[in-house]
Design a protein around this ligand. Structure first.
Ligand code: NAP
Ligand code: MG
Length: 491
């Protein structure tokens, strides 16, 4: 694989950082080789940035925030720029979708769906820019008090590899809408679409330094960014362990953070549910993106009266699932990298050792290259509530079923992990829909549906270990700004 590198890279592309409106290599000239998870082949490089590169980007963002044209750009003009970026993404949809699929291994239809979502984020926040405003507050006689929503300043966006284009868009769209500037650090396993959209932002006419992209390893570039004293606010999506590290780094500078740290999201299926309607949604919620989704529905809680029927129907569907290369567009693609493949396989082995029964298992397509990072989907039946796979986020195509006995039992089981990101409730009973939706601890609850975190307009974020702060919708605009109160005395 590596012996072909020079040839492959020559055919493909060496991607560059974007700092102060220009495409530049790392100061050290070092690069990281980009692999396609479908066959492990090298097809591009990205800069291996270090603290000095991050520092340049933060300085450019600071300059743009404080004294560049951006600081005087009115809200409606920021909105026009975001809308222009959305249009450019639309014009480059095929290229961006193909790039995202090749870089992450996700099936091409998912790559296309991610482009559409990214477009919609920039469009939504482009339209929202000039619709966020403060209040006037009744106050003392002889005074007028009002509030303004002000940007934090320079925002650090640390982006994971699972939905890079979408997660970049929700962070960047909201931050730019409120007038911040940014330095974005994508995951080294999936940086290409972030760089490409950074290039399109320059083309759209965002002033130099407003949106900077610096690639590199988390331990170098990511750590340098989250601890940089020139950063005013940090937003992160990824694992709880890295989230803790980033919060500690930001705490050293007393800066605010938004944390989106994944989940162990339940879907509760009551005996009166429309099971036929639920089944494809239950499967998709764990299979989409190979289960590498923060809001994956990784636990299915089924009322005991229908448990066997639902387990059998899900097992039949799991047995038919096929993993394969991104361009074969099968049910799921490979895992992002060999470490993630091993991690998922280890969880499956651990569960098998604990005696948990595999009741459904998909396959890996016979044509899938042996050098790709594939995992066959696995369905575990009647999982012990205290088992490791019942509690920990696996981030792979592994689904656990649990029988429950009553509404109260279901709620208790749904809330029995450290996470609280998304939940699904399947029942025809209207009163129960409301009761359960209110008592489940999750940032989003779907009733007779499951959004897998989708919905540009819908506020999204976690309780408990799933994180804090809210992204998406108008709520993100509040996270990406702070209230300033101004009081006038005129007696
Ligand atoms: P991760 O460490 O949380 O990575 C997420 C982002 O943080 C990447 O951009 C990463 O950069 C960066 N990063 C890593 N260490 C950092 C540090 N010390 N300071 C600042 N930034 C840092 O996730 P991972 O190791 O790739 O995946 C491990 C597990 O995390 C997965 O199995 C899954 O359970 C979970 N995860 C959750 C989500 C989610 O959407 N909630 C997304 C991804 C992963 P590099 O990748 O370049 O090192
Ligand atoms: Mg890659």
């Amino acid at each position: 694989m590596l012996q072909n590198l020079s040839k492959v890279v020559a055919q493909d592309k060496n991607f560059l950082n974007i700092i102060n409106g220009r495409s530049v290599p790392a100061l050290s000239q070092e690069t990281i080789t980009v692999l396609c998870p479908s066959d492990g082949s090298a097809f591009a490089t990205i800069p291996q940035s270090k603290a000095a590169d991050v520092d340049l980007a933060v300085r450019a963002a600071r300059e743009a925030f404080e004294s560049g044209p951006w600081s005087r750009t009115p809200a409606f003009e920021r909105g026009r720029l975001l809308t222009r970026l959305s249009r450019l993404i639309e014009q480059h949809a095929d290229e961006l979708g193909a790039l995202e699929s090749r870089d992450t291994g996700k099936p091409v239809r998912q790559g296309k769906a991610d482009v559409v979502a990214a477009m919609r984020y920039y469009e939504f926040y482009g339209g929202a820019c000039d619709k966020i405003h403060g209040d006037t507050i009744p106050f003392l006689d002889g005074y007028t008090a009002l509030t303004l929503r002000e940007p934090h300043g320079v925002v650090a966006g640390i982006i994971p590899w699972n939905y890079p284009m979408q997660i970049m868009a929700r962070v960047v769209g909201a931050a730019l809408a409120m007038g911040n500037t940014l330095v974005v650090k994508p995951a080294e396993d999936a940086s290409l679409s972030t760089i490409r959209i950074g290039e399109l932002a320059v083309e759209a006419g965002f002033p130099d330094g407003v949106l900077n992209v610096v690639t590199g390893y988390g331990r170098d570039a990511g750590a340098a960014l989250s601890s940089h004293p020139g950063i005013d606010y940090v937003t992160f999506t990824g694992s709880p362990a890295t989230g803790t590290f980033i919060q500690q780094a930001a705490a050293a500078n007393n800066r605010g953070v938004t944390m989106e740290l994944g989940g162990k999201s339940p879907q509760i299926v009551f005996a009166d549910a429309d099971v036929e309607k639920a089944l494809p949604v239950l499967v998709n919620a764990i299979i989409q993106n190979g289960g590498q989704t923060c809001s994956a529905g990784s636990r299915i809680l089924v009322e005991r009266a229908i448990y066997d029927d639902v387990a059998t129907a899900l097992a039949e569907r799991f047995d038919r699932l096929v993993a394969g290369p991104h361009d074969a567009d099968l049910d799921l693609g490979p895992m992002i990298n060999p470490a993630q493949k091993r991690r998922v396989e280890n969880y499956v082995a651990l569960a098998a050792e604990a005696g948990i029964e595999v009741i459904g298992r998909g396959s890996i397509d016979v044509g899938a290259p042996a050098t790709g990072f594939y995992v066959a989907p696995v369905l575990f039946g009647a999982v012990d509530r205290a088992a490791v796979i019942a509690q920990e986020e696996i981030f792979g195509p592994v689904l656990s079923l649990f029988p429950f006995d009553s509404e109260q039992d279901a709620i208790q089981l749904a809330n029995s992990t450290e996470y609280g990101l998304v939940a699904g409730v399947w029942t025809r009973d209207g009163a129960r829909q409301h009761r359960v939706a209110k008592r489940v601890r999750a940032g989003q609850v779907y009733v007779n549906a499951y959004g897998a975190g989708g919905g540009i307009e819908l506020p999204f974020g976690g309780f408990k270990k799933s994180g804090h702060g809210r992204e998406k919708g108008f709520e993100a605009l509040y996270d990406m700004s702070a209230t300033k109160t101004i009081v006038f005395r005129h007696d």
